[in-house]
Design a protein around this ligand. Structure first.
Ligand SMILES: O=C(O)CCC(=O)C(=O)O
Ligand SMILES: [Fe+2]
Length: 269
């Protein structure tokens, strides 16, 4: 059972809805990071998808221990429930001196559900800018694209290179646009990715004590700038998603969704 104090709060959930990711700097302690680096160098065997995460990587396993950390369990529980399924993992590497960047893409081009998977990006060693750091585009998760559709783009206003210290975890919505970056150092870069599927309705799984936090509408209205005037559709997407997560079908920010719900025939009835 996850201790309530490790669950996400509503402000963090609203950030996930608006940005499509949450970032936890230096969450994993040093010793575990070093053990995870050693495991990644050895290679971490892939498993068939669809098994419970809780059944994977029993001790001794650094990766298992990381995803059993109480804080990480709190993140998992808040987003996909306490018994998610393992979808797949990958040890993503960028070789020393590899100057080619990966194309912009999203990983889950077949998945257009409102229910969402999460992907952890775990950076087990320091990742300075010259080593790349996965580049992500905040707020891109509602633009469900076919993988290479966006490959022609090079840079976006507001793109975020994950430059971070060892032990940093990102958790992203499966729709987020991202790509690996060149590695100008003489060391190989590792990043461990883990995708999880929910097994429960994703309704109020976090600590909702602050559900009426007045900051939430502002967070949901975040302007990431790269979409220009089309930011309005993103706010509507986020309101719909917030309603899905909270079960509050009347939730609105300003008058965005209500104005198109004003059906004259309803009034006549
Ligand atoms: O290595 C990275 O930083 C990202 C890799 C990735 O997104 C992928 O291969 O799907
Ligand atoms: Fe990817």
């Amino acid at each position: 059972m996850v201790d309530r104090k490790h669950l996400l709060n509503s402000g963090q959930m609203a950030r996930f809805v608006a940005d499509g990711f949450l970032r936890f700097d230096d969450l994993v302690p040093g010793e575990l990071n070093r053990a995870a680096c050693a495991e990644m160098e050895q290679g971490i065997e892939r498993r068939p998808g669809g098994v419970r995460l809780s059944e994977l990587w029993p001790p001794p396993s650094a990766v298992g221990e990381i995803f059993r950390l109480p804080q990480v369990q709190g993140i998992i529980h808040s987003l996909v429930g306490s018994e998610p399924l393992y979808d797949h993992h990958a040890v993503h590497t960028v070789n020393a001196g590899n100057l080619a960047g990966q194309i912009w893409h999203a990983d889950a081009i077949i998945d257009t559900r409102m229910h969402f998977d999460i992907q952890f990006f775990y950076f087990a060693h320091d990742t300075p800018r010259e080593m790349g750091g996965t580049l992500i585009l905040p707020g891109s998760h509602f633009r469900r694209i076919s993988e290479s559709d966006i490959a022609r783009y090079q840079n976006f206003v507001g793109q975020l290179p994950v430059v971070c210290g060892a032990g940093t975890l990102m958790v992203v919505h499966h729709g987020i646009w991202h790509c690996a970056q060149p590695n100008r150092t003489d060391r190989k870069r590792y990043m461990f990715k883990l995708r999880l599927n929910p097994t429960v309705r994703q309704l109020g799984l976090w600590n909702t004590d602050d559900i009426d936090d007045p900051a939430i509408p502002g967070i949901l209205s975040t302007n990431h700038r790269w979409y220009g005037n089309e930011g309005r559709i993103e706010i509507v997407n986020r309101i719909k998603f917030w309603r899905f997560l909270t079960g509050d079908e009347r939730f609105d920010v300003s008058y965005w969704l209500s104005r198109i719900e004003n059906q004259p025939e309803t009034h006549a009835a």
